[in-house]
Structure formats: structure tokens, C-alpha cells
Design a protein around this ligand. Structure first.
Ligand code: AMP
Ligand code: GLY
Length: 430
């Protein structure tokens, strides 16, 4: 079967690496891809939201399966587009419907869904511009810190954790009156701050059955010791020591099962990944957010640890046999450390040459896999092309060993301004 993967980051490089190992995968195409994905398939210069161009590729290249990396095409209805075109209906699409993708596309939608399904999540209220005064009063009376979230997609930047009421009120005004995040903040969710350790859990579902395909802990802050600005993610480790059988049982019973049952009850069509962003508060899991896709950089540790054939899993999801599949995991640990551009997550330069990568491609069986997150080839040299540039994933017998291996490889790679956190996995010494 020929497979088309949408996206161009480290997540997509990891998915391409994994899917290309399947004997079901004849040819892999990636739109638009990056120099890393090109090691495993053919990159096609088409954007992830250009559905008509994607349709043309599918027909010309006899695509049998579409796998979607980022959230934008999901929320924009790529699943529905394929269902609505007769010539695309035979293609297995790994994606939720646009309606179900509101679980990520609208914070207010996902909070209401969780309330209806009795899924533990922070108490909240939502406000539009017309309710500005009521919102201010709600915030003024709220405990601190207080969390403000733009309702819509804001490229991972729409969440503000305010430590003082004054800061919260200023942010609220910025979001709702001055449209800080454009239409995404025309509605704002105000919610309680949850104290604890975050963990991401990944499930593949057909809307009735599901399989847990992995979990990871992401390090979101730019600075060591979890300080400084939020980023897209500076590194990940898996498995997470506190994700033992007892905690996983709670996650399954209190969160995953009611979520999947809720999709079914509410007729939300879903054939894809659910990313549960969870908080472990004193041994109890709470949902911070849903995403309808894999995480980045979580995918860069989840895929290396998933032994089961991913393309077979997608096929099982499509033909209603997901419940019968056995999922096998690599018994080792995996860690990824992200190399980012100087200045990230603020302003940074692109087009800086990257050296030291020559023999370090993501090969099957390798102890360390270098996934490209934001790179491009220009004049035959590899250059930086984003804030997050490379995700270096390593296997190890412990998390510490895995992180050490990635750091050792990163010491050999260089581009001007390159920065990475040296303390990924610091809470879990071994
Ligand atoms: P989100 O876009 O919902 O993932 O939020 C971004 C980040 O903000 C999360 O990964 C958390 O680190 C943090 N966050 C969001 N909501 C809460 C909350 N209610 N309590 C504590 N931290 C939160
Ligand atoms: N690493 C967090 C995310 O992908 O949203």
C-alpha cells in the first residue's frame, strides 16, 4: 500500500521512520516533509491544509492510507473532505472528523465534553467579549494561580498561567478585547490551576475500541530545572516511573474508557490518535487537555518504544479489529533531547548551517536516532529551518543512560546558537 503522511516536523520524521519499517508500506510520501522524512520516502511540496492538492496526490500516487501529523488539517476537516469525495472514500484516513477534532480545536468544547462524561478536569468557566465584565468578576474572585486559555488553536501559545489577579485581568483583556490570539481568543476559558506532574498518554481509537500505544513525560520550559518560557517541548522520556500498573488502571478507568465511550454516545466520528494531556495530582489523574494527534516531541520516544507494526494498527483501526491486536513494547527506556535555535521560543534566525550530522541518521536498530524537526537542504547543505531543529532520541537501560547517550551525540552536532537542555529526566535519576 502507498501511504501519504502530512506534516514536516520531528513527529513526522519519527512516524515516517516507524511506518517505513512495515511490510504493508510499499511507498511512503510525505507532504511537505523535511530532509529527515526524505530518508524514508518521497517528500512532496504541498501544504498540509491544501486539501485539493492532497486529493491530487492521492489519486496520482494511488494512496491507500492517509496519516495526519499536525492538528490544523484535522480541525479544518481533512477527514470530512475525504468522506465527501467519492474518489477518496476508499482511502483509510487516520484522523477524527472535524466535529470530534473540536476536542483539541475548542477548549470550551472539550471542557463541556469532559463534564458530560464525568471525566476529572479542572473547574472552569468560559466567557465571550459580551461577557467581559462577568469574566473580570469571576477572575477577581478566583484562587491563584489562575489559568486562562484561548478557546481556539493558538499554535501552543494560547495558555496563560497568571500568578496574580492583576496579571490575570490584564491577560484576559489582552485576549478577549485586543484579540491577542485573533479569533482563537474571542472566547476564553478560565480554569483552576492543577498542581502535580504532567504526563502524556497516547491512544489509537476507532471511536469504539482503543489501544494504548505509549506515554511520555514532556519538558516544556526552555530552561533547566523547568524555568523560563514555555516551548513546544524540549525533550521527553518514556516510560515514566510513576506510570505503574495502579496509576495506569486509574487512567484507563477514569479517563480513557469514559472518553472513548463518550465519543460513541455522542456520535463523534473518530479514527485516530487521542493525546491525553494529564496531571498526576497526588496519585490521581486529571485531564489538562485533549489533542487529536500525536505529541511532538513525545512521538520521538513513543515510536521507538512501540514494537507493534504501526501500519497494521491503522488497518485494524479501519476494519474494526483494533480490540484484537496485541501491542508490544520495547523493554528499554527512551529519551529525546531537542536542539533548538538560539533565541527560541522568542525570535530566532533560520538558515544556519548544521554540522556533525553526517553519519547520524535515524537507522533501524541504531541506539540513537536523530529526528529532524526544523531543517532544510539549501545549496546542498543542511540548515536550520525552525525553532526546534533536531530531536535526538536514544535507547538505554535506564532513563539516565538514554539521556546521556543523546547528550553525547548532541555534543558532536553544531550550529551557531544551538541550545539544548542537559537536565531532561532530572526527576528520575537511576
Ligand atoms: P494546553 O495548551 O492546554 O496544553 O496548556 C499548555 C500547558 O499549560 C500545559 O501543558 C500545562 O503545562 C499548563 N496548563 C494548562 N492548564 C493547566 C491547569 N489547569 N493547571 C496547571 N497547568 C496547566
Ligand atoms: N509536546 C506537546 C504537544 O505536542 O502538544
Amino acid at each position: 500500500m502507498n501511504i501519504l503522511l502530512l506534516g514536516s516536523g520531528g513527529r513526522e520524521h519519527a512516524l515516517a521512520w516507524k511506518m517505513s519499517q512495515s511490510h504493508h508500506c510499499d511507498q511512503l510520501l510525505i507532504a511537505p516533509g523535511n530532509p529527515g522524512t526524505a530518508q524514508f520516502g518521497k517528500n512532496i511540496p504541498v501544504g498540509v491544509n491544501d486539501f485539493e492538492a492532497i486529493r491530487t496526490i492521492c489519486l496520482e500516487e494511488k494512496i491507500g492510507m492517509l496519516v495526519v501529523g499536525p492538528e490544523d488539517p484535522l480541525v479544518n476537516g481533512v477527514y470530512d473532505f475525504f468522506q465527501n469525495h467519492q474518489d477518496l472514500q476508499h482511502i483509510t484516513v487516520v484522523a477524527p472528523s472535524a466535529e470530534a477534532a473540536q476536542l483539541e480545536g475548542s477548549k470550551a468544547f472539550s471542557k463541556k465534553f469532559m463534564q458530560r462524561q464525568g471525566i476529572p478536569t479542572a473547574a472552569y468557566a468560559e466567557f465571550t467579549k459580551d461577557e467581559f465584565e462577568a469574566g473580570k468578576a469571576y477572575i477577581a474572585a478566583h484562587s491563584l494561580p489562575v489559568v486562562l486559555k484561548a478557546d481556539g488553536l493558538a499554535a501552543g501559545k494560547g495558555v496563560i498561567i497568571a500568578q496574580t489577579t492583576q496579571e490575570a485581568l490584564a491577560s484576559f483583556e489582552e485576549m478577549i478585547i485586543h484579540q491577542q490570539f485573533g479569533a482563537a481568543s474571542s472566547k476564553v476559558v478560565v480554569e483552576e490551576f492543577l498542581h502535580g506532574i504532567e504526563v502524556s498518554v497516547f491512544v489509537l481509537t476507532d471511536g469504539k475500541d482503543y489501544q494504548i500505544i505509549g506515554h511520555a513525560k514532556d519538558y516544556k520550559r526552555i530552561g533547566e530545572g523547568d524555568t523560563g518560557l514555555n516551548t513546544g517541548g524540549m525533550g521527553c522520556v518514556s516510560p515514566v516511573p510513576f506510570m505503574d500498573a495502579a496509576f495506569m488502571e486509574k487512567v484507563t478507568k477514569k479517563i480513557i474508557e469514559p472518553t472513548v465511550a463518550g465519543l460513541d454516545k455522542e456520535n463523534l466520528i473518530y479514527h485516530g490518535f487521542i493525546f491525553f494531556g494529564l496531571m498526576n495530582m497526588g496519585g490521581e489523574p486529571w485531564v489538562i487537555e485533549y489533542n487529536c494527534r500525536m505529541g511532538d516531541p513525545e512521538t520521538e520516544v513513543v515510536m521507538p518504544l512501540l514494537d507493534t507494526d504501526l501500519v497494521s494498527l491503522f488497518a485494524a483501526m479501519d476494519n474494526g479489529t483494533l480490540a484484537d491486536v496485541n501491542i508490544n513494547f520495547d523493554p528499554r527506556c527512551c529519551a529525546t533531547v531537542m536542539a533548538v535555535s538560539g533565541g527560541y521560543p522568542g525570535d530566532y534566525q533560520k538558515g544556519i548551517p548544521i554540522t556533525g550530522l553526517a553519519e547520524l541518521n535515524a537507522q533501524k536498530g541504531a541506539e540513537t536516532l536523530v529526528f529532524h524537526a526544523g531543517t532544510k537542504f539549501a545549496s546542498d547543505r543542511l540548515e536550520t529551518n525552525g525553532g526546534r531543529v533536531l530531536a535526538v532520541s536514544s535507547y538505554g537501560n535506564s532513563l539516565t543512560e538514554a539521556v546521556q547517550k543523546s547528550k553525547a551525540v548532541l555534543e558532536k552536532i553544531d550550529f551557531e546558537g544551538m541550545y539544548f537542555r542537559r537536565d531532561i529526566g532530572y526527576e528520575f535519576p537511576s
